[in-house]
Design a protein around this ligand. Sequence first.
Ligand code: NAP
Length: 255
Amino acid sequence: MEKTKIEKRFQGKVAIVTASTQGIGFGIAERLGLEGASVVVSSRKQKNVDEAVEKLREKGIEVLGLACHVSNAQHRKNLIDKAVEKYGKIDVIVSNAAANPSVDSILETQESVLDKLWEINVKASILLLKDAAPHLTKGSSVVFISSIAGYHPQVGMAMYGVTKTALLGLTKALAAEMAPNTRVNCVAPGFVPTHFADFITKDKATRNRIEEQTLLNRLGTTNDMAAATAFLASDDASYITGETLVVAGGMPSRL
Ligand code: NAP
């Protein structure tokens, strides 16, 4: 990412991004950091956290790294407590963690998998915000990371898609609940070739088929998602709340 093109919209701000040691979450943390934020990165594995912290520090970003499995209550509390202990407040929360543990059809999905999908993709986001709420500044901003699958829950990722649809509703509901001090928005990415999407994007024929479904004839990048998230989290979007921005190269979503 070229530093020269980047504004400093997050100078003096503190941003927490979950599941941010690689892929879209890392891209968002990097973007917010390059724009001046102190960023708190986290994921399940300490080794991944340490590596992400090192990469961000190399770019001159102020960063705190913590291990946090989002469905672990103690980890979530520790994430918020340590962020506040170090930086004193929270201006931005990007809730990015998700799981897609099964390709089964919905009616074939085991109950334990249904529980896991709900717990990681939806419930953990709510509980993290519960912990964070007392520390959110006036003018703060929350961004959920949903998916194009939230609009079209395709075969092979249908139940995952339904949890992402839930985030669209959660965005509307929490925008009302947290107004006027905190804005709540959502980004719905199209397909981005990350580890998470390997099972789809690694196959050349499938990749070509997805590219053809876009109007721009390409998959998305982590930078595309980071730019949209940074916009919604920034004061450039200060009159936008309760909205979902689809960042999917024109893939079919909604009117
Ligand atoms: P990714 O590249 O595979 O990165 C996943 C990150 O999440 C890693 O840092 C991983 O680190 C961490 N993580 C995984 N499970 C976690 C958990 N339970 N608690 C905390 N951290 C966890 O994935 P991605 O593609 O960037 O996906 C990020 C988000 O974008 C997800 O919400 C996904 O649904 C959404 N999305 C992705 C695409 C796509 O095409 N890639 C499309 C639409 C939406 P550890 O292994 O150390 O935990």
